[in-house]
Design a protein around this ligand. Structure first.
Ligand code: FAD
Length: 553
């Protein structure tokens, strides 16, 4: 526990103060937004579930009860904790106030721990209502956006039908992200929970082909469109029509569908994002020597950083500052690529330095397969009317489009992350529910943020972050999951590193420091009450609160 245990409650004369200047201001508990939750696109109450585990004992819960409760808090917003605990690049950890001490809390590893616990224990999702509404809702696409929307609507009592073009649900989670990062059994288990809520999932059903959009408008009260972005962009260089040339999404789709993909012994992948890295690592697993061509430097690479490191340690060679000029073709098959060196110029519209070809620097690389993983876009082919002009789907903050019964979210709005798709699916579900029920739609008021300066970080005992370990490179098979989860002991320790930024954690510090006994302990969970009538404005409570929960106002 914290240092306060060693601090004796100060003995002072009546009306005195423990330290600091007397202030005309008085303490007020002001809940604040922790950086973790604020930066989670899925809107998960991260502090809430971390402290639930950390404080299990104090609340008389067994660790298992705390994990189950933590799982319930996560799944209120995110149906896929075991998935996200594996693939989310965890923006939540970047701003963690513990970074200012010895490293942010390993939130993502803990999320996987809780998600895996939920799967192992067969935990069931909590419905939000016993209502059974008659209005049927259609969801197009069973990726994380569509499934999140379906999940939230089913929890509220709606009849939801999901139309999915592929043979199996999951979108890019199944057909893009490789198995060595996300085992199929984990994905299946988390999707099954959505189906178990009564969602009618129809696979091999392409909207615009097997059923028309007009039919959906006629039969359903609202439509959520989450068709993702599965159409890989081509390079626009000569030779692309040759055999042995794929787009990144096409290649990964073949591999993840279990097809026998022959890449030969030399693969060139072009691109610097997640698709490029996954295609490169996937090709290594098929036994090829892999060169990845990226036109900027490592610093500008948009792929998830540990994935870049993983690719390098598995032997992927990266040619930075190089771009394709032409695919070299013999007898209709790609045999190599003519490339050119690039220099970095002034920043372009993306804010990154613009790559500029260096005249006369062309060079050739041999290849048996070329994978253009430069980006992807939604396939509006069967659903062209959904497109907003040249743009993709345009939505407001609740996922509403300009067509009154159509909502959208995920990659068909802008390429993003699984957590963004999950968040947008939920917002749309809330908006659909509010519209059909005629209830107001409100986002919770924004709370003030809490930064390390506002907290008493030194109160917490030093504790190193628990990192996940990996299968050694030599032991990695094509589908072997390469990241290990945290042990239970490590997970418990790690959760206790959460500093409960901006919210009381019952540490008693304010109560201990108040020489006028101005803090009354309330039943567990309700924290303390402040007796302003005895407060002399010494400010000590606000200065010492480790959580930054007390303001002087
Ligand atoms: C290779 C790769 C790796 C990635 N790695 C990560 C990662 O590690 N972490 C991360 O957070 N994000 C990652 N992403 C991004 C992430 O996968 C996407 O942001 C996310 O899947 C988007 O979800 P979505 O539901 O919008 O679309 P999708 O997941 O693409 O799902 C859309 C679904 O709609 C279906 N569909 C399309 N058209 C129709 C139609 N007409 N009728 C019926 N169904 C249709 C598709 O078949 C698909 O199943 C990665 C993306 C790729 C391509």
């Amino acid at each position: 526990m914290g240092l306060f245990k060693a601090v004796k409650k100060p003995v002072i004369k009546s009306g005195g103060q423990a330290g600091g200047d007397i202030s005309p201001l008085r303490p007020l508990y002001v809940p604040k937004a922790p950086p973790c939750g604020g930066s989670c696109p899925g809107g998960t109450d991260i502090r809430g579930w971390l402290t639930t585990i950390a404080q299990a004992e104090a609340y008389g819960r067994t660790p298992e009860q705390a994990y189950a409760l933590a799982w319930e808090i996560i799944t209120d917003r995110n149906p896929f904790p075991a998935v996200c605990g594996r693939v989310c690049p965890h923006p939540c950890e970047d701003g963690c106030n513990r970074t200012a001490k010895e490293g942010g809390v390993a939130i993502n590893a803990l999320e996987r721990f809780v998600g895996d616990f939920g799967i192992a224990m067969g935990l069931k999702v909590r419905k939000l209502s016993d209502a059974q509404y008659d209005e049927p809702i259609a969801v197009v696409g069973a990726g994380p956006a569509g499934l999140s929307c379906a999940y939230q609507l089913a929890r509220r009592g709606y009849q939801v039908t999901v139309f999915e073009g592929f043979a199996r649900p999951g979108g890019m989670l199944r057909y893009g992200i490789p198995r060595y990062r996300l085992p199929e059994a984990v994905l299946d288990a988390e999707i099954q929970r959505v189906v178990d809520l009564g969602v009618d999932l129809r696979c091999n059903a392409v909207v615009g082909k097997d059923i028309t959009l007009d039919q959906l408008h006629a039969d359903y009260k609202a439509i959520f469109v989450g068709i993702g972005a599965h159409k890989g962009l081509t390079l626009g260089v000569p030779g692309e029509e040759a055999s042995g040339v794929f787009t990144g999404t096409e290649f990964l789709n073949h591999v993840n569908s279990g097809e026998a993909v022959m890449v030969g012994d030399r693969v060139i992948v072009i691109g610097g994002g997640d698709t490029a890295i996954d295609a490169a690592r996937g090709s290594r697993r098929l036994g090829a020597h892999v060169t990845l061509l990226y036109r900027r430097t490592r610093a500008e690479m948009p792929a998830i950083k540990p994935e870049i490191e993983g690719a390098l340690e598995e032997g992927v060679q990266i040619e930075f500052l190089a771009a394709p000029v032409e695919i070299l073709v013999r007898d209709g098959a790609a045999v190599g690529m003519r490339c050119i060196r690039m220099d970095l110029g002034e920043p372009d519209r993306s804010g990154r330095p613009r790559p500029v070809p260096r005249a006369g620097s062309e060079f050739d690389l041999p290849a048996t397969t070329i994978i253009a993983a430069i980006s992807q876009e939604p396939d509006f082919g069967p659903v062209a009317s959904l497109r907003s002009g040249k743009d993709w789907l345009e939505i407001d903050e609740w996922g509403a489009t300009t067509t009154s019964d159509v909502f959208a979210g995920g990659d068909d709005v802008a390429l993003g992350l699984v957590s963004i798709a999950i968040g947008q699916g939920r917002f749309a579900a809330e908006a659909i529910d509010a519209r059909l029920r005629g209830t107001p739609l409100r986002k919770p008021p924004a709370l003030p943020p809490v930064t390390p300066e506002k907290m008493k970080i030194g109160w917490h005992k030093p504790s190193d972050r628990h990192e996940r370990t990996h299968v050694s490179v030599g032991d990695r098979g094509p589908d072997t999951e390469i990241e290990f989860g945290l042990s239970e002991a490590d997970a418990l320790d790690e959760a206790k590193r959460c500093m409960s930024c901006g919210l009381c954690m019952d540490c008693e510090t304010c109560w201990m420091y108040c020489t006028n006994s101005g803090f009354v302990k309330l039943p567990k969970g309700q924290h303390y009450k402040i007796k302003l009538e005895v407060c002399n404005g010494c400010k000590k409570c606000a200065e010492e609160c480790p959580c930054g929960y007390i303001d002087m106002v």
